[in-house]
Design a protein around this ligand. Structure first.
Ligand SMILES: [Zn+2]
Length: 324
């Protein structure tokens, strides 16, 4: 429905033709890194020589060497480049999410943990990328409740046997925002009157007005029109945007007044819970980031792989090495 065009352009055959082995993946990774630019961690210099024989960048000023992986999403990872490429391909070429357990099985890798960390870092990259943007135009605002597990027992995707007192099924509270525009055509009966553009889903500890205000300020442009129900936590939003239109909404009519946030919440639930069974509260944001990233780039087609790869080589990952 919402991911209808182009997403399958990078199919498995194309992917295998382009990246038949470790060498081809490394070459592509290096090309992307050259494009993004390498920064010396010692002096901040941007100019480097490429030392072909040792596969390292060398700073022209201070001679500090940087490995191909250092400072990228692959920093500290011992997994082959090809694993990362396969993971990125799966993340960008399928509508559905892909569990780490399934990826581990497909790769024939002995251990689950490194595969889980790899997937998690890629999800975090998607999240960082999307947080660089603010929503605008007409923004629907609502909250959603997602079934999650409040436990430290597992790395989430495996069904967990809950022990009494150790963890409990919880609902993650999520603020959902959908940017829309009016359709130019006269809307047909029963069709939505606005066209969907982008979505954000933000896990929060509570739905107090201070929390909501902070998220609105960070994620919605000041010149936007915000639509919501008249929940008391939304009271001060009018101070933060051009116009706030709260409406008294009967539960049955919620989908009419805020159609796109409702569609997105039910799509996300179906999308995530169909694959992952249970997701820990602690990691819920990462899974939602993957969902939103894909929805927001639904028209990018096979460019999506390159965009994700570019994001992977562009960020300073020091902060994200330990994904916990
Ligand atoms: Zn340097």
């Amino acid at each position: 429905m919402y991911l209808r065009r182009n997403i399958f352009d990078m199919n498995l055959i194309n992917f295998m033709d382009q990246f038949p082995d470790e060498e081809s993946c490394k070459m592509k990774f290096k090309a992307m890194r050259d494009e993004a630019g390498v920064t010396c961690r010692h002096c901040g210099g941007k100019d480097h020589y490429w030392q072909k024989t040792i596969w390292m960048y060398e700073c022209k000023k201070c001679k500090t060497r940087t490995t191909l992986r250092s400072g990228t999403v692959m920093q500290a990872s011992k997994l082959p480049f090809r694993y990362w490429f396969i993971a990125m391909h799966l993340l960008t070429s399928t509508k559905k999410p892909f569990s780490s357990l399934e990826l581990q099985r497909q790769l024939g890798h002995k251990f689950y943990e490194p595969i889980w960390y790899m997937m998690q870092k890629l999800r975090k990259t998607m999240g960082i990328r999307d947080r660089a943007y603010q929503l605008d135009k007409i923004v629907e605002l609502d909250e959603g409740f997602f079934e999650s597990v409040d436990t430290e027992l597992s790395k989430e995707e495996k069904p967990i046997k809950l022990k009494r007192g150790r963890g409990s099924q919880k609902q993650s509270k999520v603020i959902v925002m959908a940017s829309t525009v009016h359709t130019l055509k006269a809307p047909e009966k029963h069709k939505k009157q606005t066209k969907f553009r982008y979505v954000k889903m933000l896990v929060v500890d509570n739905l107090k007005s201070a929390t909501i205000q902070e998220k609105v300020e960070q994620n919605i442009q000041k010149d936007s029109l915000v639509k919501s129900d008249n929940y008391k936590g939304y009271t001060n939003i009018k101070e933060l945007v051009w116009s706030h239109q709260p409406k008294t909404v009967k539960p049955k009519e919620a989908a009419k007044v805020l159609p796109w946030v409702h569609t997105m919440i039910s799509n996300a639930k179906r999308n995530l819970l169909g694959i992952h069974h249970m997701i820990s509260k602690k990691y819920y944001q990462d899974y939602l980031d993957e969902f939103c990233y894909k929805v927001n780039r639904r028209y990018m087609g096979d460019l999506l792989f390159d965009r994700l790869l570019f994001a992977c080589v562009s960020y300073n990952y020091k902060k994200f090495i330990h994904v916990t």
